[in-house]
Design a protein around this ligand. Structure first.
Ligand code: AMP
Length: 396
């Protein structure tokens, strides 16, 4: 089966053509500058094609993708008929989506209804969906939501302690994000451990970072909230913050709510603390050269993650498996060691030699560690392709 996985942004569109059973990626690429001029970068078998193609809308971008997928030199299929289904990444599923779903009119309407919760991403995701409908009418399509995996959380985890009317009338609650990654990592951890009855703490640590607490395969808590701004401090996001800080800054410097949020999303986190970069490699480099602000940024990030691990161990009543994934989680042995340092009391013992690994699925804890600590490279595209294949097969 061939599934075309689409991740549409407002002016960009990432794609992968993949086999959901093997995970093999036949080709992948990126359309950029949609609505401006249009550029396609396509990768296949170590070859790269770059083309300037006018893309006034997402439809031209999808057309360009389909054309290059059947191209005599860079193509991997003979005809678009060989694409069995399309899987779309959608940011916010609100309270309406507890799982992935086949795209029909009702599904589109429900994604539209979630726009107030995901005002930046959902409209772009919808543009990708509509473009595929226009260019490939009748092709089965599935929406996979970043929030869905977390919908099993109990009310104590997802409710905010604010007036009930905001929850009842406006769906204000904790949703969580990176759900496709947390779902993939949970499935892998269960498969690797050979059992489902596990208490798992997943650490997705990248430019955006979130943790999840999982029991028997179900998400019980997660660190992001109504939006991806909550939780641990991140590349450019502040993470959890006392709202009074916002009130103080807004009043003193005359910032609007949108401007304040923009600062918290784009100018904060380890970038702000270090004054160096949002990239952990740059920060680690600066810290090694003695930059104290960079060191503080690394210390604070590790501290935040450690604190959430402790909180989730308490919430779950223990921890059997701790996982690390995403850019920093997969490739940052120093950060992993720093986070796990001092967690011996809860049974986490890291083997420094095993921990000296990057980008590979591997155990990094000692044989006698009570908690099994895994590095598991995430694969959100594969999760989207698998959900798509499963739903499309079930519908036929
Ligand atoms: P992601 O958002 O998952 O793509 O992760 C991006 C983050 O991963 C960036 O901050 C990178 O600096 C970080 N990263 C990637 N490779 C490494 C590495 N070898 N060591 C430390 N951090 C890394």
């Amino acid at each position: 089966m061939n599934v075309l996985v689409i991740n549409a942004g407002s002016s960009s569109l990432k794609y992968q053509l993949m086999d959901p059973e093997t995970g093999d990626v036949a080709a992948k690429g990126l359309c950029e500058r949609i609505g401006i001029d249009g550029r396609l970068t396509h990768k296949v078998d170590g070859k790269k094609a770059e083309r300037e193609i006018p893309m006034p809308t997402h439809s031209e971008a999808i057309n360009a993708v389909l054309e290059i997928l059947v191209d005599p030199e860079y193509g991997v299929i003979k005809s678009v008929d060989e694409i069995d289904a399309v899987g779309h990444r959608v940011l916010h599923g609100g309270m309406k989506f507890t799982d992935s779903c086949i795209i029909d009119d009702a599904c589109i309407k429900a994604i539209e209804d979630c726009i107030p919760l995901g005002p930046l991403h959902n409209p772009a995701n919808l543009m990708g969906i509509r473009a595929c409908q226009a260019v490939m009418p009748g092709k089965p399509q599935v929406a996979v939501f970043d929030t869905a995996f977390h919908m099993t959380m109990p009310p104590v985890a997802y409710r905010y302690a604010i007036e009930k009317k905001y929850y009842e009338n406006d769906d204000i609650r904790r949703y969580g994000f990176h759900g496709t990654s947390h779902k993939y990592i949970t499935r892998r951890a269960i498969a690797l451990m050979g059992r489902t009855d596990l208490k798992i703490i997943n650490c997705h640590l990248g430019n955006g970072s979130s943790l999840s607490a999982v029991k028997d395969g179900k998400c019980m808590d997660t660190s992001m909230g109504l939006s991806p701004l909550a939780g641990v401090c991140m590349g450019t996001r502040s993470g959890d913050i006392d709202p009074t800080v916002c009130q103080f800054i807004m009043n003193k410097y005359g910032l609007t709510a949108d401007e304040m949020l923009n600062d918290l999303n784009k100018k904060s986190g380890v970038k702000a603390l270090s004054g160096v970069s949002s990239d952990f490699r740059d920060i680690e480099g600066a810290a090694k050269e003695g930059n104290e602000d960079a060191q503080l940024a690394l210390d604070k990030f590790a501290y935040d993650v450690k604190k959430y691990i402790g909180a989730y161990a308490a919430a779950l009543g223990g921890c059997d498996v701790l996982t690390f994934t995403a850019g920093v989680g997969e490739n940052g042995p120093d950060m992993r060691a720093k986070i796990c340092q001092g967690l011996e009391y809860m049974g986490v013992k890291i083997d420094p030699e095993k921990n000296n690994t990057r980008g590979k699925e591997t155990i990094i804890s000692t044989d006698d560690s009570k908690v099994t600590v895994w590095v598991i490279p995430t694969n959100e595209e594969l999760m989207i392709a698998q959900d798509t294949a499963e739903l499309v097969k079930a519908a036929n």
